[in-house]
Design a protein around this ligand. Sequence first.
Ligand SMILES: [Zn+2]
Length: 84
Amino acid sequence: MAFKFTPRKKFCRFCADKDLPLDYKRPDILGNFVTDRGKIIARRITGTCAKHQRRLTREIKKSRQMALLYYTATHSTEVRKRTV
Ligand SMILES: [Zn+2]
């Protein structure tokens, strides 16, 4: 993943930024909410609210089916550098 999630003040990013698209067509954004191994990051870590986390999960799953995000990152070399 290109972006690393920076843990700071917890708030729902989708509530905070209305322009942030929560869309399966945006793996660059969804990528912030999955680990390098493709796991969805728990809400208590990202701070995403329940409503948005539910949508996020759906969008991520859709995105995976469209092969925009991967299920596992076995082909990624970056994974070995970071242990998530
Ligand atoms: Zn929210």
